[in-house]
Design a binder for this molecule. Structure first.
Ligand code: HEM
Length: 181
């Protein structure tokens, strides 16, 4: 899905045509691979949500923030898939590379052109809106781990986790406050 978005949104259709890829060829490959990738992504998030709900310690560590993030992420994926299926499999096909893609690129040129999105099928509009909402909350959710790859993990020294309290674990926990020595 990520590669499809780079190919479909960031690379202008003039470039793919210049190397001999016709609109029809692009469309067929995008619909077949996009639909397979979209359903795999949906299956992936379903597995992750199932695990989070059914594995006790994981569910206990789940915050309201996580639930909101899962809802917006799932909505974005569902709307993307719905747009693909509705436009290309149920409908007669929609060339988003003439509208959605130049609009997306116009943001990075710092000359946003929202007019390009006005005539776009509503599912594509809703998909782009929910994606923008997802990007807004991204840094404040667990998804931030995507931007903070633990590159030093392979070379950092071991971390030894042990308690300073020799007594800890040797007596059953008492109710109320522990006395400070
Ligand atoms: C503003 C950002 C985004 C735009 C403009 C955008 C646009 C599009 C477009 C035009 C399609 C149709 C592709 C096709 O029919 O070939 C699509 C499909 C899809 N999008 Fe996005 N998208 C964005 C962000 C995202 C994000 C952040 C996610 C997931 C977290 C996502 C998930 C999907 C999925 C699952 C599909 C269906 C499968 C596929 O065609 O690859 N999109 N999107």
């Amino acid at each position: 899905v990520a590669l499809g978005h780079v190919g479909g949104l960031l690379i202008p259709d003039r470039w793919t045509e210049a190397v001999g890829v016709t609109e029809h060829m692009y469309h067929v490959v995008a619909v077949v691979l996009g639909t397979i990738a979209g359903f795999c992504t949906l299956a992936g998030i379903a597995i992750l949500i199932y695990r989070r709900r059914t594995v006790g310690p994981v569910f206990a560590a789940t915050t309201r923030n996580d639930k909101l993030m899962y809802a917006v992420l799932a909505l974005t994926i569902l709307l993307g898939l719905a747009a693909t299926v509705a436009a290309n499999i149920v409908g007669g096909g929609y060339n988003y590379r003439e509208t959605v893609s130049p609009w997306f690129r116009s943001i990075f040129y710092l000359r946003p052109d929202p007019d390009l999105m006005t005539g776009v099928p509503v599912l594509f509009q809703l998909h782009a809106l929910s994606a923008l909402l997802l990007f807004c909350i991204w840094p404040f959710t667990r998804l931030v781990h995507m931007l903070t790859a633990p590159v030093g993990y392979l070379t950092r020294p071991y971390i030894v986790y042990r308690s300073r309290d020799e007594q800890l674990g040797m007596h059953p926990p008492r109710r109320g406050w522990e006395r400070v020595p």
